[in-house]
Design a protein around this ligand. Sequence first.
Ligand SMILES: Cc1cc2nc3c(=O)[nH]c(=O)nc-3n(C[C@H](O)[C@H](O)[C@H](O)COP(=O)(O)OP(=O)(O)OC[C@H]3O[C@@H](n4cnc5c(N)ncnc54)[C@H](O)[C@@H]3O)c2cc1C
Ligand code: SF4
Length: 325
Amino acid sequence: MLRLPSFTYLQPKTLAEALRMKADAGPDGMFVAGGTDLYPNMKRRHQEPKTVISLMGIAELRRLDSTTLGACLTLSELTAPSRPPDRLTAAVSTAARLVSTPLLRNMGTLGGNLCLDTRCNYYNQSYEWRKSIDFCMKKDGHICWVAPSSPRCWAVSSSDVAPVMVAIGAEYRLLGPQGERLVPAGRFYHNDGINYLTKQPDEILVDVRLPKPNGWDAVYHKLRRRGSFDFPVLGVAAWIQWNGKTVADARIVLGGVASYPQEVPEAGAALKGAPLSDEFIAAAADAAYRPSKPMDNTDFDLSWRKQMTRVYVTRALGELRDRHR
Ligand SMILES: Cc1cc2nc3c(=O)[nH]c(=O)nc-3n(C[C@H](O)[C@H](O)[C@H](O)COP(=O)(O)OP(=O)(O)OC[C@H]3O[C@@H](n4cnc5c(N)ncnc54)[C@H](O)[C@@H]3O)c2cc1C
Ligand code: SF4
């Protein structure tokens, strides 16, 4: 059985108190929300904080209205039938509902999902397993077993909700010792398996600002081995701004194929100014297929996952078209 190491657990009631506790703990302190990612990682010694600061008692992180989603809302709360029924938040709810199992969605939060550690078959293993291969550069070692000559880590962004936030153009409100800043979701992520966030370790993700529904629509489609429980090996978030029956603007964002939610600008460009016909959907799916380069470090054969990019983009755009008839 994997055991948690011992650590000090703190429960601030305000953001200011949480920031003070983190400053006192220094690099040995980490924030936790639902703990469904951090605690398993601590059991495998991926992260080894001496002080864990829970954000769950801070009321400001639980805000919920049609344009603001607090970071400590649980994924279950985002999928509750009482959610305001607008289409943008519907895409967020769909992605949240597709995360894992009801138990994990009851514990796991929006903020934790958006800050989720990147994943890799050589990393998400026990300490002893990792030691038996002399570790890897993401933690405790020097080499990347997926691409041994590579100077970087290719661990995979595996959040279901993050691609949707990038696609719809959401903004994240961060608070740290230097004050507050608003970051577009697309600039919150790095394509690097180790430094996958632009957020500083002492910054708290306070909430997510959704753009006003204004002729936009968005959907999320997820590929995984089992219809429940599994992480995405491909996620497709598609966003369209309509001008009558024509696409005024579009964004296609892929999850599960890179170390960040990967927007494919060529796919969006293929749709601009066009009707969402089979011909233009095929052009966008083809444009998304080309830069989709899954690595051999999650589930399924990587060439099949790449081919599924075309299929899932076609399905996502088909759903958007059907909803706009
Ligand atoms: C078996 C299993 C299956 C899973 N399947 C999926 C899946 O299919 N799809 C998916 O997307 N995820 C999946 N997850 C991962 C995880 O459960 C969810 O992503 C969940 O939403 C994480 O939220 P949390 O609150 O538990 O995060 P935590 O574990 O509390 O935190 C995760 C990270 O985010 C940081 N953090 C959390 N909140 C904040 C904040 N407000 N400000 C700054 N930093 C913060 C923490 O310091 C930590 O580094 C799975 C997990 C397990 C164990
Ligand atoms: S991609 Fe390479 S460095 Fe990154 S976790 Fe996997 S094996 Fe380790």
